[in-house]
Design a protein around this ligand. Structure first.
Ligand code: PLP
Length: 404
């Protein structure tokens, strides 16, 4: 079992005080804190390596290119992709999904075609499809959920029609914590000859991912939620799909030859990486992944599950506690309201006690409508959180409740 007290020493920011109180950071679904090795890697690259990648014959450029391409291999191994050709660096989950929505719709869809998403999607997995729908006359179909926040799989099967071209769903909900049965979702879609994109923003940081075992066609995640830096993310795509898609943006890196009449495109994955890539970010992401590998993704998952169960048990004892998301298979995200206290009031007052939680609709307004609420307070956990921090959260909520 992981020892969070030891691990915390690797994250200098966790020893901060805010308003004179020890920081209790429970906003990990929004972004995670960075271990010292990641911050050091960024500084070290700028101090000792920095040069633009792929184009230089000189020492630094070759060294920077080596780190960037090693990072691609580290990401490949992290999600068990078959080849580094299938690993595209992007700015994050949002850009990865936008890339697929734009390029897939252009190459593989026509008016009247359909995309299936779910009722619990983040706006990043709704709006890009709506934009594609607006451009091309595509329809969105939505898998409904039950009151525990689980997908209704029988209804999912009924959504398929001869016009269904893609399924795009979250692996783990950023509001409900529900771990969706993605393997089953993918297998059903494949039975209909339909590819699947998995939004892994909330799964890649918390559990082992094997894209070959899942058999997903696309998988997206963000560096900054995976203990790495901001501004870097990943799109995994099966080679057979990436090969069929047109480039997303034009410019340097994605070309083979350019004349004023015609451009030929680079091989995978560079076809999708126009412009100077965030090569410092990719290397720092690889250092973050190395850190996670040292802890072990299985260990991280087991620890966070236990901590989530503990938190749910302790919070349940608070009178007036209402949880949103009580799926049987639930990860480290806890959304709640207490009595009739407004989520924003509760979040603001918790902040004054040093406890960082998120409030609002969590970029999932359609889900809020389904739940019949405007927003929630969300505590989202990581492997560096402790039972003592959960106890502080519970004590703080109890104290604030008395004030209302
Ligand atoms: N998808 C889910 C499930 C998320 O939780 C988030 C961020 O909270 C995103 C997509 C978007 O991630 P990013 O802002 O890093 O692109």
């Amino acid at each position: 079992m992981l020892n969070a007290d030891n691990i915390r020493k690797d994250f200098p920011i966790l020893s901060l005080s805010v308003y004179g109180k020890p920081l209790v950071y429970l906003d990990n679904a929004a972004t995670t804190q960075k271990p010292r090795s990641v911050v050091d890697a960024i500084a070290n690259e700028y101090y000792n390596v920095n040069a633009n990648v792929h184009r230089g014959v000189h020492f630094l450029s070759q060294k920077a290119t080596e780190l960037h391409e090693q990072a691609r291999e580290t990401v490949r191994a992290f999600i068990h992709a078959r080849s580094t050709s299938e690993i595209v660096f992007t700015r994050g989950t949002t850009e990865s999904i936008n890339l697929v929505a734009t390029c897939f719709s252009q190459a593989c869809m026509k008016e009247g075609d359909e995309v299936i998403i779910s009722a619990m999607e983040h706006h990043s997995n709704i709006v890009p499809w709506q934009m594609a729908a607006g451009r091309m006359g595509i329809q969105l179909k939505v898998i409904p959920i039950n009151d525990k926040g689980e997908l209704l799989m029988e209804d999912y099967e009924k959504l398929f029609s001869p016009h269904t071209r893609l399924v795009s769903v979250a692996h783990v909900s950023n509001v409900l914590g529900t771990v969706n049965p993605v393997k089953e979702i993918i297998s059903i879609a494949h039975d209909h000859g339909v590819p699947v994109l998995i939004d892994g923003a909330q799964s890649a940081p918390h559990m082992p991912i094997d894209v070959q075992e899942l058999d997903c066609d696309f998988f997206a995640f963000s560096g900054h939620k995976t203990y790495g830096p901001t501004g870097i993310g990943v799109l995994y795509g099966k080679e057979k799909w990436l090969d069929q898609l047109p480039p997303y943006q034009g410019g340097g890196e994605m070309i083979q030859h350019v004349s004023f009449q015609h451009t030929t495109y680079n091989e995978l994955p560079y076809k999708f990486e126009a412009g100077t890539p965030d090569y410092v970010g990719s290397h720092a992401l690889a250092v973050a992944i190395d850190y996670l590998n040292t802890l072990g993704m299985d260990n991280i998952h087991a620890y966070e599950r236990q901590l989530t169960d503990y938190a749910m048990r302790q919070m349940q004892q608070i009178e007036g506690m209402r949880f949103f998301g009580t799926a049987d298979n639930k990860d480290a995200v806890i959304s709640f309201l207490v009595g009739d206290i407004h989520h924003l009031d509760l979040g603001t007052l918790l902040d004054r006690l040093g406890i960082a939680v998120r409030t609002g609709h969590h970029c999932a307004e359609p889900l809020m409508h389904r739940l019949g609420i405007e927003g929630t307070v969300r505590a989202s956990l990581a492997f560096y959180n402790t039972r003592e921090e959960i106890d502080s959260l519970v004590a703080a909520i109890q104290r604030l409740k008395q004030m209302f």
